[in-house]
Ligand binder design. Sequence first.
Ligand SMILES: O=C(O)c1cc(=O)[nH]c(=O)n1[C@@H]1O[C@H](COP(=O)(O)O)[C@@H](O)[C@H]1O
Length: 236
Amino acid sequence: MTAAEIAPKDRLIVALDLPSVDAAEAMIAKLGDSVSFYKIGYQLAYAGGLPLIGTLADRGKKVFADLKMHDIGNTVRRGVESVAKLGATFVTVHAYPQTMKGAVEGRGSAGLKILAVTVLTSYNDDDLHAAGYRLSVSELVEARAQQAQVIGVDGLVSSPEEVGALRKIVGHQMSLVTPGIRPAGAASGDQKRIMTPDRAITAGADYLVVGRPVVEAADPKAVADAIHAEIAQALG
Ligand SMILES: O=C(O)c1cc(=O)[nH]c(=O)n1[C@@H]1O[C@H](COP(=O)(O)O)[C@@H](O)[C@H]1O
């Protein structure tokens, strides 16, 4: 799907980083029609949240299953085959060649798209070096993007800082999904490579993933609406 084909409403993905299905349902009710795309990650998935993928899909919402798989290829393939049956739009795997190959093999025909997480947005060059890598963040993100493209992955997760370079590598064949989004004045928390929503869209991101700035806000719907307004303005 090219950027122009993505419904503007779908460009904001709200991370339901919440402790229970009840808390997630309460947040979904608060956000109402303002949000059409949700992400379910570790916290909610491990608290019984996986069936919510099908529930939300039945209500016409899209769901990003952020499971960040990384294992031997055969296990990843089988895991992705199971996720494909849940009704998710996106699933994440870490951008290691065996892992990405396994995921692509397990993707099936139900419409599930594989996103490869390049370098987590909480990492900077020092964090990468501490983890044993010799490459800088931008070098590793770009190397992994090239591998992901050859393997046939559908999209990449990176910080918005890398989106310009990634577009040059992968063109519009792959979706670029960016966490590390912070509206002006919002606390960065543990995120190190961040950008505002309008700058991320202007840089060329297809989808913005936002968690705490929305779900921890006093008025989550107002924050989501403000992000949509920024996105619309940046798209012109
Ligand atoms: O795969 C992701 O979604 C992801 C990748 C990454 O590099 N950085 C990152 O923050 N995320 C997720 O994006 C969300 C960001 O949340 P906030 O920092 O609260 O906006 C969290 O659910 C993270 O798990």
